[in-house]
Design a protein around this ligand. Structure first.
Ligand SMILES: [Zn+2]
Length: 341
């Protein structure tokens, strides 16, 4: 029923939008660490969708996507509720770093669910696990490229023990209306269900999709197109769930991706892509030169990054300084990808 979503002892009011700070802990400097939460509560009964951004503090373009969706939603015509968490790790976002900037041995919020200790990340995970996830029926989490890199796929978990969770997740991925869908191992990829969505799906039975479409640091027009893709994708999922009216988009065909290759530098230097930024999801051939790493000190070429297989570029980068292992390129392996209708 509408109104059953509840934060800080306050029931959501049907037909209204509300905002809450969920207190997590007190920091050494005396300030509160709070998670921001928007609730858009429909007038009719329906499912609860949770939208999450910035579990990794360096992935922030999706905050703008969630802001636009929150503004555009009209609760008086909705059946169900949308919970929007634009900054799930405010401590990391404050430093624009992926990890929570503390000295803990568990700094990656998306690898510590459900949150067993009292490090900052585990306290954030515990708060989300206890007070947000149980109120949801479906989840979307946004993990775009860090500044300088952009991804191009929608991801769902194919390995939940309950196959119904994977099937419902696939329905959400298709309703997003984006033709490139990655079928990933969300549960078995890390030791234990090492992500928020892996935990929510495996332990709580909540279906989900991850958007990895877009990144910051590219031309404003291109970034705008990624923002619009994600905004319309969220509405597609809300239509699929019946929260907003209208048929969910259904494409003629989707490329179902089973295997990808990361092509990241093994040396630090200045990354010079050989491919323009509009090549995201375009075809490459095995051996194609994708980029070069140049020493910013001696100006020597330190490494050549080439496509390891025939496929499509699901990760591209703009010129920027990289550490060993930083994001550069990624190739969908054509031998493990099939078009399905
Ligand atoms: Zn991420």
């Amino acid at each position: 029923m509408p109104g059953t979503v509840r934060f800080n002892g306050q029931d959501a009011i049907p037909g209204q939008k509300s905002f809450h700070w969920l207190k997590v802990t007190t920091r050494l400097d005396g300030s509160d660490l709070n998670i921001p939460i928007h609730v858009v509560s429909g007038t009719q009964a329906g499912p609860v969708l949770g939208l999450f951004s910035t579990l990794h503090g360096g992935e922030w373009l999706s905050i703008e996507m969630l802001r636009r969706v929150t503004e555009a939603l009209d609760p008086t015509s909705m059946a169900g509720t949308v919970i929007v968490v634009p900054v799930a790790n405010p401590a990391a976002f404050g430093q624009l770093t992926r990890m929570t900037p503390d000295e803990s041995d568990a700094p990656d919020l998306n690898r510590v669910f459900p949150g067993d200790y009292t490090w900052t990340s585990t306290l954030l995970a515990r708060k989300i696990t206890d007070e947000i996830l149980p109120q949801t029926d479906a989840l979307m989490d946004f993990h775009l490229g860090l500044w300088g890199a952009s991804f191009g796929t929608i991801v769902y978990g194919r390995d939940f023990t309950d196959p119904a969770v994977s099937e419902r997740s696939l329905s959400m991925a298709r309703a997003f209306g984006h033709p490139y869908i990655e079928r990933e191992q969300l549960v078995s990829r890390f030791p234990g269900p090492g992500s928020m969505l892996g935990y929510a799906g495996e332990v709580m039975g909540i279906p989900s999709v991850i958007s990895e479409i877009g990144g910051a640091g590219f031309s404003p027009g291109l970034e705008e197109s990624w923002i619009e893709t994600n905004v319309s994708g969220m509405f597609g999922v809300m239509q699929e769930l019946g929260i907003v009216e209208g048929p969910a988009p259904c494409l003629d065909r989707y490329l179902m991706i089973e295997k990808t290759h990361r092509v990241n530098p093994s040396v630090g230097g200045y990354l010079h892509p050989e491919l323009s930024e509009d090549r995201l999801m375009s075809e490459v051939h095995e051996g194609d030169l994708l980029g070069r790493v140049i020493s910013p000190h001696t100006f020597e070429e330190l490494e050549r990054l080439t496509a390891p297989a025939d496929g499509r570029l699901y990760l591209i980068s703009r010129p920027y300084p990289v550490n060993p292992g930083d994001w550069a390129f990624g190739v969908v392996d054509n031998a493990y990808a099939t078009w399905e209708s």
